[in-house]
Design a protein around this ligand. Sequence first.
Ligand code: DQA
Length: 149
Amino acid sequence: MQILVIHGPNLNLLGSREPGVYGSRTLAQIDADLTKMAADAGAKLESFQSNHEGALVDRIQAAGRDGTAFVIINPAAYTHTSVAMRDALAAVGLPFVEVHLSNIHKREAFRHHSFFSELAEGVICGLGPQGYLLALQYAVAKLQAGQKQ
Ligand code: DQA
């Protein structure tokens, strides 16, 4: 059970970045919580953050070859712009959940559209860091159900 968590641009600044919108937990703390929850469930979890669209596309492509079974992705600002990342996820065909810390539908109009949601198994937004944990809970349950078949 190999799960990849992808964080898009500026999420490396979590903790200090607009805490009123994104909360006070750092990315390292969020990743540590995810890693622990995955380990407790017997899953392997890797996190990847980049501020560069090409690097994110490369990591998604690599996930198609490296044994990744499920992706949890917060594409951050690229949610609203990146056909390239969407195409990469379509190309590898891995199931994924899209996560946003903030409720993008309560915010500026340009954040209301996601290039990813149509391909996602599900979308979680507005629940802060807990959204990642809920996505992981779903991924583990789905992978465990698949193993039993
Ligand atoms: C975000 C929402 C995006 O609109 C924004 O550009 C981000 C973070 C979120 O997690 O709420 O960087 O994806």
